[in-house]
Design a protein around this ligand. Structure first.
Ligand code: CUK
Ligand code: CUA
Ligand code: CA
Length: 637
């Protein structure tokens, strides 16, 4: 923390610590924080001290990383796979976006997965999570939400492709996402962030005060990806986390005011952490004590307080105003609500929640066991598995390492210092995540801090800049910065998985469900994809089947008529690992990936008479340039 930054904050007339306590804080305060970035630089001494850690983080050419990082891609709509500790980007997985390389959003396979939301071409991914069995990664799936278009998607980790997309009904903007960790990931939880009227049909648009407004917490079945149930809540829902027993889920609420303007959302001194009792919710659903809303069959429970009285399955624990991150320590003992506008993080003992739900406490705050003051703008917290927590301080541009048990002792009146270290990050950190910190295996080796501003850390690229994903070695007493990693818009959160916990396929299985539609169509057309190249006409629909073996497509030309709807299905017969082909028709906006043993298909209109080349886009062979053919389009008579 440089002197200049302190001065900047003081200029706003507020003391540095605790200044967000009693007064209504406007967005200008957060903006003041942003204005101070770029003033703290690492000293030469600090850099020297990091040398040893940097050596540990060095992954040489041809060496493999220890971890897979699953990165959200923010408003890019994608998910990225990054190796740790090298921080090398290994793959991009298109999910809600469109992908020129793979044809995601254009191929028939991806359109079938995107389903009824296939016409929406953007997404906003924040919170990746990976499936677990007994609180440990089981390598099956990753899940990701879409704030932009209210969806949740699943990614198969064996092929690193999205295979399911579900639009969540009745709510707007899925933000927080987490999942059951124990006994295994049966449910995925999703927070509808914004409070919206129901029904939202516009009939009350001129007198919205008369409309009922709410949002909901949704649970999806991890296998079918159908919505299992929804719970209407008081206030809104921001971030969510779950315990290690499968019983409780929590979500932060920053808009207990249910306001629609900035000042209104900051009116209350305290908002709350909403707690969901999953077995009790399932009991209600099983007993048929639910409603359905007009346009869906999803069971809906009303989890709102009625006349100050709680339901059996929800509780609202007051926490300082406008909390943000919701997290769980890997020992399964505590939930954490990050203060954002308060310099505190609230620690809640999970072993007190049974008593809370059985109404043993006069005050819901009795589940709070610590509320350490950490610094300005605590957004998120992660863990090293050794009893320490690491919280990002957005406004201070720092990460603070603190000891959980010491914070509890301090809350109980003991004179102990729970802060272990503060380190500058560059700049304005959001999420941070330690290796395996979402699981029982939290190993306290590496910490990634996703900074929102990179400013002077990289060559400037015009007004739009990269974010800065920083890697720290946290294996010792002190956090040591070892790497700055530029990232395009905009990683919000990541999970870090040990490499042996994910087994990926080297080539596709020929009967993979990812391209089941194309296999079924070929079967109906009597085409053997392993050997045949065929053009089948079906009215004005033409289905072109061809193989690809480097460096040639099975067909060097095919003929269609102007206006035909053409479906090209390409099967890559190459068995060699890493030998992907592509299929692109020039001037038709048609392009797709066909990896080893994969079948891919794409449908388009042959709208232009003439001779049009198609060619392979992946450089697959010395004669890759020659891997091309022609689509001959006869003009309408
Ligand atoms: S949010 Cu982005 S920094 Cu969407 Cu988890 Cu906190
Ligand atoms: Cu096939 Cu390039
Ligand atoms: Ca609020």
């Amino acid at each position: 923390m440089s002197d200049k930054k302190i001065t900047e904050v003081e200029k706003t007339g507020l003391s540095r610590r605790g200044f967000l306590g009693a007064t209504a804080v406007t967005g200008a305060t957060l903006a003041a924080g942003a204005a101070t970035v770029g003033t703290s630089m690492m000293s030469r001494e600090t850099l020297a001290a990091t040398d040893k850690s940097a050596l540990k983080a060095h992954v040489g050419p041809a060496e493999l990383d220890e971890y897979y990082g699953v990165w959200s891609g923010g408003q890019s709509g994608e998910v990225r796979i990054v190796g740790l500790p090298s921080m090398r980007e290994l793959m991009r997985i298109p999910v809600f976006n469109r992908c020129s390389a793979t044809g995601w959003g254009h191929t028939n396979e991806s359109k079938a997965i995107l389903g009824k939301s296939a016409h929406l071409e953007n997404g906003d991914t924040h919170h990746p999570q990976a499936s677990m069995t007994d609180g440990r990664y089981d390598g099956r799936y990753a899940f990701i939400q879409d704030k932009a278009n209210t969806r949740v998607a699943r990614i198969r980790l064996d092929v690193m492709k999205c295979d399911k997309v579900t639009t969540i009904p009745h709510v707007q903007a899925i933000h927080g996402l987490h999942l059951q960790r124990v006994p295994s990931t049966k449910l995925v939880f999703a927070c509808g962030e914004f409070i919206a009227p129901y029904p939202n049909d516009g009939k009350l648009i001129d007198k919205l005060d008369e409309a009922e407004h709410f949002t909901m917490y949704s649970a999806l079945d991890a296998e079918t990806m159908e919505v299992a149930w929804q719970v209407i809540v008081d206030g809104n829902l921001d971030n969510t986390s779950t315990c290690f027993s499968g019983k409780y889920a929590v979500a932060t609420c920053y808009n207990s005011e249910m306001a629609f303007d900035l000042a209104g959302q900051m009116r209350n001194e305290r908002d709350w952490l909403t707690i969901f009792n999953i077995p009790r919710i399932e009991e209600e659903v099983k007993a048929g004590r639910f409603i359905t809303l007009a346009d869906s069959k999803v069971p809906v429970l009303d989890g709102r307080k009625k006349n100050g009285k709680n339901t059996t399955f929800t509780r609202y624990v007051p926490v300082p105003k406008n909390p943000h991150g919701a997290h769980t320590s890997p020992d399964g003992k505590y939930f954490f609500a990050n203060g954002k506008l308060s310099p505190t993080v609230t620690v809640i003992a999970i072993d007190r929640l049974d008593d809370l739900f059985n109404d043993k406490f006069a005050d819901e705050r009795e589940v709070v066991v610590a509320e350490p003051e950490l610094g300005l703008g605590p957004l998120h917290t992660t863990f090293d598995g050794r009893g320490n927590a690491y919280s990002s301080l957005f406004i201070d541009s720092q990460v603070v390492k603190w000891n959980i048990e010491d914070a509890i002792r301090h809350y109980n009146g003991e004179d102990v210092n729970y802060i272990r270290q503060k380190v500058d990050v560059h700049y304005q950190p959001g999420h941070l995540k330690a290796s395996l910190a979402e699981t029982r295996d939290a190993d306290g080796k590496w910490l990634v801090v996703l900074s929102k501003f990179s400013k002077d850390r990289f060559l400037p690229t015009g007004p739009l800049r990269a974010e800065n994903d920083q890697l720290f070695d946290i294996s010792g007493e002190e956090m040591k910065l070892v790497h700055d990693g530029p990232a395009f818009a905009e990683p919000h959160d990541i999970v870090i998985i040990r490499r042996d916990q994910i087994q990926t396929k080297r080539v596709w299985d020929r009967d993979d469900p990812f391209f089941a539609g194309a296999l079924a169509q070929a079967k109906a057309d009597g085409v053997n994809l392993e050997s045949e190249n065929k053009v089948i006409r079906d009215g004005n629909k033409v289905r072109v089947y061809m193989t690809s073996i480097a460096p040639a497509f099975g067909l060097s030309e095919f003929s269609v008529n102007e206006g035909d709807e053409v479906t090209v299905t390409v099967t890559n017969l190459d068995q060699i690992e890493d030998l992907s082909h592509g299929f692109c028709v020039v001037n038709h906006g048609v392009s797709m990936e066909i990896s080893p043993r994969q079948t891919s298909s794409i449908t388009f209109i042959a709208s232009k008479p003439g001779s049009h080349y198609y060619y392979c886009t992946w450089f697959c062979h010395a004669l890759h340039m020659e891997m091309a053919g022609r689509m001959l389009v006869r003009p309408k008579a």
